[in-house]
Ligand binder design. Structure first.
Ligand code: PLP
Length: 499
Protein backbone atom coordinates (compact mmCIF):
# COMPACT_ATOMS: atom_id res chain seq x y z
CA UNK A 1 0.00 0.00 0.00
CA UNK A 2 1.42 3.37 -0.89
CA UNK A 3 0.62 6.72 0.69
CA UNK A 4 -2.27 7.55 -1.63
CA UNK A 5 -3.76 4.08 -1.30
CA UNK A 6 -3.50 4.50 2.47
CA UNK A 7 -5.30 7.84 2.26
CA UNK A 8 -8.21 6.22 0.39
CA UNK A 9 -8.37 3.13 2.60
CA UNK A 10 -8.03 5.31 5.71
CA UNK A 11 -11.03 7.48 4.76
CA UNK A 12 -13.01 4.32 4.12
CA UNK A 13 -11.95 2.84 7.47
CA UNK A 14 -13.13 5.95 9.34
CA UNK A 15 -16.43 5.86 7.42
CA UNK A 16 -16.94 2.23 8.35
CA UNK A 17 -16.06 2.84 12.00
CA UNK A 18 -18.64 5.66 12.12
CA UNK A 19 -21.24 3.35 10.55
CA UNK A 20 -20.40 0.74 13.18
CA UNK A 21 -21.10 3.24 15.97
CA UNK A 22 -24.38 4.30 14.41
CA UNK A 23 -25.30 0.61 14.14
CA UNK A 24 -24.46 0.08 17.83
CA UNK A 25 -26.62 3.05 18.82
CA UNK A 26 -29.49 1.77 16.70
CA UNK A 27 -29.18 -1.70 18.28
CA UNK A 28 -28.39 -3.30 14.93
CA UNK A 29 -26.06 -5.64 16.80
CA UNK A 30 -26.75 -7.69 19.88
CA UNK A 31 -24.10 -7.52 22.62
CA UNK A 32 -23.01 -11.10 22.00
CA UNK A 33 -22.32 -12.41 18.52
CA UNK A 34 -24.29 -15.24 17.00
CA UNK A 35 -21.35 -17.57 16.45
CA UNK A 36 -20.20 -20.89 17.85
CA UNK A 37 -16.66 -21.79 18.93
CA UNK A 38 -14.44 -22.44 15.90
CA UNK A 39 -16.68 -20.39 13.59
CA UNK A 40 -13.81 -18.54 11.93
CA UNK A 41 -11.36 -21.22 10.79
CA UNK A 42 -13.55 -22.64 8.01
CA UNK A 43 -14.18 -19.11 6.72
CA UNK A 44 -10.52 -18.19 6.22
CA UNK A 45 -7.79 -19.80 4.12
CA UNK A 46 -5.51 -22.12 6.06
CA UNK A 47 -2.32 -20.26 5.07
CA UNK A 48 -1.31 -16.63 4.51
CA UNK A 49 -1.58 -15.54 0.86
CA UNK A 50 1.49 -16.12 -1.31
CA UNK A 51 1.18 -12.65 -2.81
CA UNK A 52 -0.21 -9.43 -1.36
CA UNK A 53 -3.90 -8.68 -1.81
CA UNK A 54 -5.90 -5.56 -2.61
CA UNK A 55 -6.76 -3.77 0.62
CA UNK A 56 -10.39 -3.26 -0.42
CA UNK A 57 -10.79 -7.08 -0.41
CA UNK A 58 -9.17 -7.34 2.99
CA UNK A 59 -11.42 -4.60 4.39
CA UNK A 60 -14.50 -6.32 2.98
CA UNK A 61 -13.47 -9.65 4.51
CA UNK A 62 -13.01 -7.85 7.85
CA UNK A 63 -16.64 -6.72 7.70
CA UNK A 64 -17.85 -10.11 6.51
CA UNK A 65 -15.95 -12.49 8.78
CA UNK A 66 -14.49 -10.63 11.76
CA UNK A 67 -17.14 -8.09 12.79
CA UNK A 68 -19.82 -10.81 13.13
CA UNK A 69 -17.64 -12.50 15.77
CA UNK A 70 -17.24 -9.51 18.05
CA UNK A 71 -18.63 -9.23 21.56
CA UNK A 72 -19.55 -5.56 21.49
CA UNK A 73 -17.96 -4.05 24.58
CA UNK A 74 -19.18 -0.61 23.52
CA UNK A 75 -22.79 -1.78 23.19
CA UNK A 76 -25.14 0.18 25.48
CA UNK A 77 -26.36 -3.07 27.06
CA UNK A 78 -22.86 -4.37 27.80
CA UNK A 79 -23.05 -4.36 31.60
CA UNK A 80 -20.57 -7.15 32.34
CA UNK A 81 -17.10 -7.17 33.98
CA UNK A 82 -16.16 -3.49 34.16
CA UNK A 83 -16.65 -1.17 31.20
CA UNK A 84 -13.92 -0.86 28.62
CA UNK A 85 -12.84 2.73 28.03
CA UNK A 86 -13.71 4.35 24.75
CA UNK A 87 -13.77 7.72 23.06
CA UNK A 88 -13.29 8.88 19.51
CA UNK A 89 -10.39 11.00 20.77
CA UNK A 90 -8.88 7.74 22.00
CA UNK A 91 -9.20 6.07 18.59
CA UNK A 92 -7.50 9.03 16.96
CA UNK A 93 -4.77 8.98 19.59
CA UNK A 94 -4.08 5.33 18.82
CA UNK A 95 -4.09 6.09 15.11
CA UNK A 96 -1.52 8.87 15.46
CA UNK A 97 0.56 6.75 17.84
CA UNK A 98 0.53 3.89 15.37
CA UNK A 99 1.43 6.28 12.54
CA UNK A 100 4.92 6.76 13.99
CA UNK A 101 5.30 3.18 15.28
CA UNK A 102 7.69 4.30 17.96
CA UNK A 103 8.86 2.08 20.83
CA UNK A 104 9.79 5.03 23.09
CA UNK A 105 11.93 2.97 25.48
CA UNK A 106 14.27 5.78 26.36
CA UNK A 107 14.28 9.53 25.96
CA UNK A 108 16.37 9.47 22.79
CA UNK A 109 14.14 6.82 21.19
CA UNK A 110 11.73 9.73 20.89
CA UNK A 111 11.93 12.72 23.19
CA UNK A 112 8.27 13.63 22.68
CA UNK A 113 7.02 10.13 23.64
CA UNK A 114 8.85 10.24 26.96
CA UNK A 115 8.16 13.88 27.73
CA UNK A 116 4.49 13.68 26.80
CA UNK A 117 4.04 10.59 29.00
CA UNK A 118 5.67 12.35 31.90
CA UNK A 119 3.49 15.47 31.48
CA UNK A 120 0.21 13.71 30.74
CA UNK A 121 0.57 11.40 33.72
CA UNK A 122 1.16 14.46 35.89
CA UNK A 123 -2.08 15.91 34.51
CA UNK A 124 -3.89 12.65 35.22
CA UNK A 125 -2.42 12.40 38.70
CA UNK A 126 -3.55 15.94 39.54
CA UNK A 127 -6.98 15.29 38.08
CA UNK A 128 -7.38 12.32 40.46
CA UNK A 129 -6.16 14.40 43.40
CA UNK A 130 -3.02 12.35 44.00
CA UNK A 131 -0.32 13.91 46.12
CA UNK A 132 2.47 15.95 44.52
CA UNK A 133 4.90 13.19 45.56
CA UNK A 134 3.54 11.05 42.71
CA UNK A 135 4.28 13.68 40.06
CA UNK A 136 6.99 13.14 37.47
CA UNK A 137 7.88 16.77 37.96
CA UNK A 138 8.81 15.94 41.56
CA UNK A 139 11.92 14.20 40.25
CA UNK A 140 11.50 11.60 43.02
CA UNK A 141 8.17 9.91 42.43
CA UNK A 142 6.35 9.68 39.13
CA UNK A 143 3.97 7.89 36.82
CA UNK A 144 4.41 5.68 33.80
CA UNK A 145 2.17 3.45 31.72
CA UNK A 146 2.21 -0.27 32.36
CA UNK A 147 0.55 -2.84 30.10
CA UNK A 148 -2.13 -3.71 32.66
CA UNK A 149 -3.00 -3.37 36.35
CA UNK A 150 -1.57 -6.88 36.74
CA UNK A 151 1.81 -5.77 35.43
CA UNK A 152 1.66 -2.64 37.59
CA UNK A 153 1.31 -4.90 40.64
CA UNK A 154 4.06 -7.19 39.40
CA UNK A 155 6.61 -4.40 38.96
CA UNK A 156 5.91 -2.82 42.34
CA UNK A 157 6.27 -6.25 43.97
CA UNK A 158 9.61 -6.69 42.18
CA UNK A 159 10.71 -3.27 43.43
CA UNK A 160 9.52 -3.98 46.97
CA UNK A 161 11.32 -7.33 46.96
CA UNK A 162 14.58 -5.63 45.97
CA UNK A 163 14.17 -2.89 48.58
CA UNK A 164 13.43 -5.48 51.27
CA UNK A 165 16.36 -7.70 50.26
CA UNK A 166 18.66 -4.69 50.31
CA UNK A 167 17.55 -3.84 53.85
CA UNK A 168 17.51 -7.46 55.09
CA UNK A 169 20.06 -9.26 52.89
CA UNK A 170 19.79 -12.61 54.65
CA UNK A 171 16.09 -13.00 53.88
CA UNK A 172 15.34 -16.13 51.87
CA UNK A 173 12.91 -15.79 48.98
CA UNK A 174 10.84 -18.68 50.28
CA UNK A 175 10.26 -16.79 53.54
CA UNK A 176 8.98 -13.63 51.85
CA UNK A 177 5.25 -13.00 51.69
CA UNK A 178 2.94 -10.94 49.55
CA UNK A 179 -0.33 -9.95 51.23
CA UNK A 180 -3.58 -9.69 49.34
CA UNK A 181 -7.13 -10.40 50.45
CA UNK A 182 -9.50 -13.13 49.36
CA UNK A 183 -11.14 -10.44 47.20
CA UNK A 184 -8.00 -9.18 45.45
CA UNK A 185 -7.98 -9.59 41.69
CA UNK A 186 -5.98 -12.56 40.38
CA UNK A 187 -3.09 -10.14 39.86
CA UNK A 188 -1.78 -10.87 43.39
CA UNK A 189 -1.66 -14.62 42.97
CA UNK A 190 -0.29 -14.31 39.47
CA UNK A 191 2.57 -12.08 40.62
CA UNK A 192 3.38 -14.58 43.38
CA UNK A 193 3.32 -17.41 40.85
CA UNK A 194 5.63 -15.59 38.46
CA UNK A 195 8.08 -14.52 41.16
CA UNK A 196 7.99 -17.74 43.18
CA UNK A 197 6.89 -15.86 46.30
CA UNK A 198 4.09 -17.06 48.55
CA UNK A 199 0.88 -15.05 48.69
CA UNK A 200 -1.27 -14.87 51.80
CA UNK A 201 -4.85 -13.92 51.01
CA UNK A 202 -6.17 -12.27 54.18
CA UNK A 203 -9.72 -13.04 55.17
CA UNK A 204 -12.39 -10.38 54.85
CA UNK A 205 -15.89 -10.50 56.27
CA UNK A 206 -19.29 -10.04 54.69
CA UNK A 207 -20.25 -7.80 57.62
CA UNK A 208 -17.40 -5.47 56.59
CA UNK A 209 -18.62 -5.52 53.00
CA UNK A 210 -15.54 -7.56 52.13
CA UNK A 211 -13.04 -4.84 53.06
CA UNK A 212 -9.73 -5.67 54.73
CA UNK A 213 -9.67 -4.46 58.34
CA UNK A 214 -6.61 -3.29 60.24
CA UNK A 215 -6.97 -5.95 62.94
CA UNK A 216 -6.85 -8.79 60.40
CA UNK A 217 -3.71 -7.30 58.88
CA UNK A 218 -1.98 -6.83 62.22
CA UNK A 219 -2.78 -10.39 63.34
CA UNK A 220 -1.41 -11.81 60.07
CA UNK A 221 1.80 -9.76 60.27
CA UNK A 222 2.43 -10.78 63.87
CA UNK A 223 1.67 -14.41 63.14
CA UNK A 224 3.93 -14.54 60.08
CA UNK A 225 6.78 -12.68 61.74
CA UNK A 226 6.68 -14.99 64.75
CA UNK A 227 6.96 -17.90 62.29
CA UNK A 228 10.08 -16.39 60.71
CA UNK A 229 8.26 -15.16 57.60
CA UNK A 230 8.74 -11.77 55.95
CA UNK A 231 5.65 -9.95 54.71
CA UNK A 232 7.00 -7.16 52.50
CA UNK A 233 4.11 -5.81 50.47
CA UNK A 234 0.33 -5.51 50.74
CA UNK A 235 -1.79 -5.14 47.63
CA UNK A 236 -4.83 -3.24 48.89
CA UNK A 237 -7.82 -2.66 46.65
CA UNK A 238 -10.06 0.34 46.18
CA UNK A 239 -13.04 -1.21 44.40
CA UNK A 240 -12.69 -4.99 44.15
CA UNK A 241 -13.83 -6.74 41.00
CA UNK A 242 -16.44 -8.96 42.62
CA UNK A 243 -18.25 -6.41 44.76
CA UNK A 244 -16.53 -3.01 44.69
CA UNK A 245 -15.12 -3.48 48.21
CA UNK A 246 -12.69 -0.88 49.50
CA UNK A 247 -10.06 -2.05 51.93
CA UNK A 248 -10.07 0.06 55.07
CA UNK A 249 -7.05 2.21 54.32
CA UNK A 250 -7.51 4.32 57.45
CA UNK A 251 -7.02 1.26 59.65
CA UNK A 252 -4.33 -0.20 57.40
CA UNK A 253 -2.42 3.07 57.64
CA UNK A 254 -2.37 2.84 61.44
CA UNK A 255 -1.12 -0.74 61.33
CA UNK A 256 1.65 -0.30 58.78
CA UNK A 257 3.06 2.66 60.70
CA UNK A 258 4.41 -0.05 62.99
CA UNK A 259 5.88 -2.03 60.08
CA UNK A 260 7.54 0.52 57.76
CA UNK A 261 9.31 -2.28 55.87
CA UNK A 262 5.97 -3.36 54.35
CA UNK A 263 5.15 -1.52 51.12
CA UNK A 264 1.58 -0.67 50.18
CA UNK A 265 0.31 -0.82 46.62
CA UNK A 266 -3.21 0.37 45.84
CA UNK A 267 -4.98 -1.41 43.01
CA UNK A 268 -7.81 0.90 41.98
CA UNK A 269 -8.11 -0.48 38.47
CA UNK A 270 -11.80 0.36 38.19
CA UNK A 271 -12.86 2.64 41.08
CA UNK A 272 -9.79 4.86 40.89
CA UNK A 273 -11.47 6.92 38.20
CA UNK A 274 -14.11 8.03 40.73
CA UNK A 275 -11.39 10.11 42.39
CA UNK A 276 -11.90 12.63 39.63
CA UNK A 277 -15.08 13.65 41.51
CA UNK A 278 -14.35 15.37 44.83
CA UNK A 279 -17.46 13.83 46.42
CA UNK A 280 -16.03 10.27 46.09
CA UNK A 281 -12.56 11.02 47.42
CA UNK A 282 -13.31 10.39 51.05
CA UNK A 283 -15.08 7.09 50.51
CA UNK A 284 -12.17 5.98 48.30
CA UNK A 285 -9.65 7.00 51.00
CA UNK A 286 -7.77 9.50 48.86
CA UNK A 287 -6.29 11.17 51.92
CA UNK A 288 -4.85 7.88 53.14
CA UNK A 289 -3.58 6.98 49.67
CA UNK A 290 -1.76 10.29 49.61
CA UNK A 291 -0.51 9.88 53.16
CA UNK A 292 1.02 6.45 52.99
CA UNK A 293 0.61 4.41 49.78
CA UNK A 294 3.87 3.62 48.04
CA UNK A 295 2.19 3.15 44.69
CA UNK A 296 -1.21 3.53 43.04
CA UNK A 297 -2.59 2.24 39.81
CA UNK A 298 -5.85 2.75 37.93
CA UNK A 299 -7.03 1.82 34.46
CA UNK A 300 -8.03 4.72 32.26
CA UNK A 301 -8.98 1.94 29.87
CA UNK A 302 -11.77 0.82 32.19
CA UNK A 303 -13.93 3.70 33.38
CA UNK A 304 -11.69 6.47 32.07
CA UNK A 305 -12.86 7.07 28.50
CA UNK A 306 -9.58 5.84 27.04
CA UNK A 307 -9.39 2.96 24.59
CA UNK A 308 -7.54 -0.14 25.72
CA UNK A 309 -4.84 0.06 26.93
CA UNK A 310 -4.02 2.89 29.32
CA UNK A 311 -2.92 1.79 32.78
CA UNK A 312 -0.79 4.30 34.66
CA UNK A 313 1.20 3.31 37.71
CA UNK A 314 2.31 6.07 40.05
CA UNK A 315 5.12 5.48 42.53
CA UNK A 316 6.34 7.62 45.38
CA UNK A 317 9.95 6.54 44.87
CA UNK A 318 10.97 6.00 41.26
CA UNK A 319 14.44 4.92 42.38
CA UNK A 320 13.02 1.74 43.88
CA UNK A 321 11.63 0.78 40.45
CA UNK A 322 14.71 1.76 38.50
CA UNK A 323 17.11 0.06 40.94
CA UNK A 324 15.14 -3.16 40.55
CA UNK A 325 14.61 -3.06 36.78
CA UNK A 326 17.54 -1.20 35.20
CA UNK A 327 19.80 -3.29 33.01
CA UNK A 328 21.79 -1.14 30.61
CA UNK A 329 23.87 -2.95 27.99
CA UNK A 330 26.19 -0.69 25.94
CA UNK A 331 23.79 -0.48 23.01
CA UNK A 332 21.14 1.12 25.23
CA UNK A 333 23.38 3.80 26.68
CA UNK A 334 22.72 7.39 25.71
CA UNK A 335 24.43 10.62 26.68
CA UNK A 336 21.19 11.92 28.24
CA UNK A 337 20.60 8.71 30.19
CA UNK A 338 24.20 8.69 31.44
CA UNK A 339 23.86 12.31 32.48
CA UNK A 340 20.70 11.43 34.45
CA UNK A 341 18.86 14.40 33.02
CA UNK A 342 16.02 12.41 31.45
CA UNK A 343 13.55 9.64 32.27
CA UNK A 344 14.25 6.35 30.49
CA UNK A 345 10.91 4.60 30.93
CA UNK A 346 12.41 1.22 29.90
CA UNK A 347 13.61 1.03 33.50
CA UNK A 348 10.12 1.46 34.91
CA UNK A 349 8.43 -1.58 33.38
CA UNK A 350 9.03 -5.16 32.24
CA UNK A 351 9.72 -4.86 28.54
CA UNK A 352 12.12 -2.69 26.64
CA UNK A 353 9.87 -1.30 23.92
CA UNK A 354 6.61 0.22 25.03
CA UNK A 355 3.40 1.23 23.37
CA UNK A 356 3.09 4.94 22.78
CA UNK A 357 -0.02 5.64 24.83
CA UNK A 358 0.48 9.15 26.11
CA UNK A 359 -0.74 10.80 22.91
CA UNK A 360 -4.03 8.92 23.33
CA UNK A 361 -4.52 10.00 26.94
CA UNK A 362 -3.46 13.54 26.01
CA UNK A 363 -6.18 13.69 23.35
CA UNK A 364 -8.78 12.26 25.74
CA UNK A 365 -7.88 14.57 28.65
CA UNK A 366 -7.96 17.60 26.36
CA UNK A 367 -11.13 16.50 24.57
CA UNK A 368 -13.11 15.98 27.78
CA UNK A 369 -11.40 18.16 30.33
CA UNK A 370 -11.76 17.42 34.04
CA UNK A 371 -15.44 18.40 33.83
CA UNK A 372 -16.08 15.91 31.05
CA UNK A 373 -14.54 13.12 33.13
CA UNK A 374 -16.61 14.13 36.15
CA UNK A 375 -19.77 14.14 34.06
CA UNK A 376 -18.97 10.68 32.69
CA UNK A 377 -18.38 9.21 36.16
CA UNK A 378 -21.45 10.85 37.75
CA UNK A 379 -23.65 9.77 34.88
CA UNK A 380 -22.69 6.10 35.30
CA UNK A 381 -23.32 6.30 39.04
CA UNK A 382 -26.71 7.90 38.44
CA UNK A 383 -27.61 5.18 35.95
CA UNK A 384 -26.62 2.51 38.46
CA UNK A 385 -28.86 4.29 40.98
CA UNK A 386 -31.79 3.80 38.59
CA UNK A 387 -31.11 0.06 38.73
CA UNK A 388 -30.61 0.20 42.50
CA UNK A 389 -34.00 1.87 42.98
CA UNK A 390 -35.74 -0.77 40.93
CA UNK A 391 -34.05 -3.70 42.70
CA UNK A 392 -34.76 -2.09 46.07
CA UNK A 393 -38.48 -2.20 45.40
CA UNK A 394 -38.40 -5.74 44.01
CA UNK A 395 -39.97 -8.68 45.84
CA UNK A 396 -37.76 -11.08 43.97
CA UNK A 397 -34.31 -9.54 43.81
CA UNK A 398 -32.05 -8.18 46.50
CA UNK A 399 -28.50 -6.91 46.87
CA UNK A 400 -25.80 -9.16 48.25
CA UNK A 401 -23.60 -6.23 49.20
CA UNK A 402 -24.40 -2.51 49.11
CA UNK A 403 -24.18 -1.13 45.57
CA UNK A 404 -21.05 0.94 45.10
CA UNK A 405 -20.46 3.65 42.51
CA UNK A 406 -21.61 2.11 39.22
CA UNK A 407 -21.63 -1.53 40.35
CA UNK A 408 -24.58 -3.57 41.65
CA UNK A 409 -24.31 -7.13 42.90
CA UNK A 410 -27.65 -8.84 43.31
CA UNK A 411 -29.43 -12.17 43.25
CA UNK A 412 -32.84 -13.73 43.44
CA UNK A 413 -33.78 -13.79 47.08
CA UNK A 414 -37.55 -14.10 47.10
CA UNK A 415 -39.19 -13.10 50.33
CA UNK A 416 -41.59 -16.00 50.13
CA UNK A 417 -40.92 -19.46 51.47
CA UNK A 418 -40.70 -22.30 48.93
CA UNK A 419 -43.87 -23.98 50.15
CA UNK A 420 -46.18 -21.00 50.54
CA UNK A 421 -47.12 -18.07 48.38
CA UNK A 422 -47.70 -15.86 51.41
CA UNK A 423 -45.21 -13.04 51.51
CA UNK A 424 -43.28 -12.97 54.76
CA UNK A 425 -41.70 -9.59 54.03
CA UNK A 426 -38.47 -10.84 55.51
CA UNK A 427 -35.37 -12.63 54.37
CA UNK A 428 -35.70 -15.47 51.99
CA UNK A 429 -36.45 -18.75 53.67
CA UNK A 430 -34.84 -20.83 50.95
CA UNK A 431 -31.86 -22.90 52.07
CA UNK A 432 -28.51 -21.41 50.97
CA UNK A 433 -27.73 -24.19 48.48
CA UNK A 434 -31.16 -23.94 46.93
CA UNK A 435 -30.80 -20.19 46.50
CA UNK A 436 -27.45 -20.73 44.83
CA UNK A 437 -28.95 -23.27 42.45
CA UNK A 438 -31.82 -20.90 41.63
CA UNK A 439 -29.41 -18.06 40.93
CA UNK A 440 -27.21 -20.22 38.75
CA UNK A 441 -30.28 -21.04 36.68
CA UNK A 442 -31.17 -17.36 36.49
CA UNK A 443 -27.66 -16.47 35.36
CA UNK A 444 -27.74 -19.31 32.83
CA UNK A 445 -30.98 -17.93 31.41
CA UNK A 446 -29.61 -14.38 31.17
CA UNK A 447 -26.38 -15.64 29.63
CA UNK A 448 -28.28 -17.56 26.97
CA UNK A 449 -29.61 -14.23 25.67
CA UNK A 450 -27.46 -12.18 23.34
CA UNK A 451 -29.12 -8.82 23.92
CA UNK A 452 -27.50 -8.14 27.30
CA UNK A 453 -24.30 -9.22 29.06
CA UNK A 454 -23.83 -9.47 32.83
CA UNK A 455 -21.24 -11.38 34.86
CA UNK A 456 -21.44 -13.80 37.75
CA UNK A 457 -19.49 -13.88 40.97
CA UNK A 458 -19.49 -15.64 44.34
CA UNK A 459 -19.46 -13.69 47.61
CA UNK A 460 -19.13 -15.59 50.85
CA UNK A 461 -20.45 -18.71 49.16
CA UNK A 462 -23.39 -16.87 47.61
CA UNK A 463 -23.72 -17.11 43.87
CA UNK A 464 -24.65 -13.66 42.59
CA UNK A 465 -24.83 -11.47 39.50
CA UNK A 466 -22.94 -8.25 38.78
CA UNK A 467 -24.20 -5.32 36.75
CA UNK A 468 -21.57 -2.68 35.99
CA UNK A 469 -22.51 0.54 34.21
CA UNK A 470 -19.95 2.64 32.36
CA UNK A 471 -20.34 2.76 28.60
CA UNK A 472 -20.93 6.29 27.33
CA UNK A 473 -23.70 4.92 25.11
CA UNK A 474 -25.75 3.39 27.94
CA UNK A 475 -28.93 5.40 28.53
CA UNK A 476 -31.54 5.13 31.26
CA UNK A 477 -33.71 3.15 28.82
CA UNK A 478 -31.02 0.45 28.61
CA UNK A 479 -30.87 0.18 32.39
CA UNK A 480 -34.65 -0.09 32.65
CA UNK A 481 -34.58 -2.70 29.89
CA UNK A 482 -31.84 -4.59 31.76
CA UNK A 483 -34.01 -4.63 34.87
CA UNK A 484 -37.01 -5.86 32.82
CA UNK A 485 -34.92 -8.65 31.33
CA UNK A 486 -33.54 -9.72 34.72
CA UNK A 487 -37.00 -9.64 36.32
CA UNK A 488 -38.57 -11.51 33.43
CA UNK A 489 -35.91 -14.24 33.59
CA UNK A 490 -36.11 -14.32 37.39
CA UNK A 491 -39.88 -14.89 37.29
CA UNK A 492 -39.48 -17.68 34.74
CA UNK A 493 -36.72 -19.19 36.87
CA UNK A 494 -38.97 -19.22 39.94
CA UNK A 495 -41.96 -20.57 38.03
CA UNK A 496 -39.88 -23.43 36.66
CA UNK A 497 -38.38 -24.04 40.10
CA UNK A 498 -41.71 -24.22 41.86
CA UNK A 499 -43.22 -26.70 39.40
N1 PLP B 1 -7.85 -5.00 39.55
C1 PLP B 1 -9.18 -4.88 39.56
C2 PLP B 1 -9.86 -4.35 40.79
C3 PLP B 1 -9.93 -5.24 38.44
O1 PLP B 1 -11.25 -5.13 38.47
C4 PLP B 1 -9.25 -5.74 37.30
C5 PLP B 1 -10.01 -6.15 36.11
O2 PLP B 1 -11.20 -6.11 36.06
C6 PLP B 1 -7.86 -5.85 37.35
C7 PLP B 1 -7.20 -5.47 38.48
C8 PLP B 1 -7.09 -6.41 36.20
O3 PLP B 1 -6.85 -5.43 35.28
P1 PLP B 1 -5.80 -5.64 34.12
O4 PLP B 1 -6.51 -6.37 33.04
O5 PLP B 1 -5.44 -4.24 33.72
O6 PLP B 1 -4.65 -6.41 34.65
Amino acid sequence: MNIEQFRKAGYQAIDRICDYYYALEQSKFTVLPDVEPGYLRPLLPSTAPETGEEFSRIADDYEKFIVPGYTHWQHPSFLAYFPMGFSFEGILGDLYASSVSNPGFNWLASPSCTELESIVLDWASQMLGLSASFLNSSGVGGGCFQNTASEAALVVIIAARSTYKAAFPNTKLEDMRIYTTTQTHSLGLKAGMILGISVRALEVEERDNFALRGKTLRTAIEEDKSNGLHPFILIATVGTTSSGAIDNLAEIKTVVKDYPEIKIHIDAAWAGMALVCPEYREICYLKEINDFADSFSTNFHKWGLTNFDACPLWVRDRKSLVDALDITPPFLRTAQGDAGTVIDYRNWHLGLGRRYRSVKLWFVLRGYGVEGFQKHIRRAIELNQVFVNMVSSSDLLSFVTPPFLSLSVFRISPNVSPSTSTSNHGHSTFPADTLNDINKILFGRISARKDILLTQTILNGKFCIRLAVGSARTQESHIREAYEIVTHEAKLTMEAWEQ
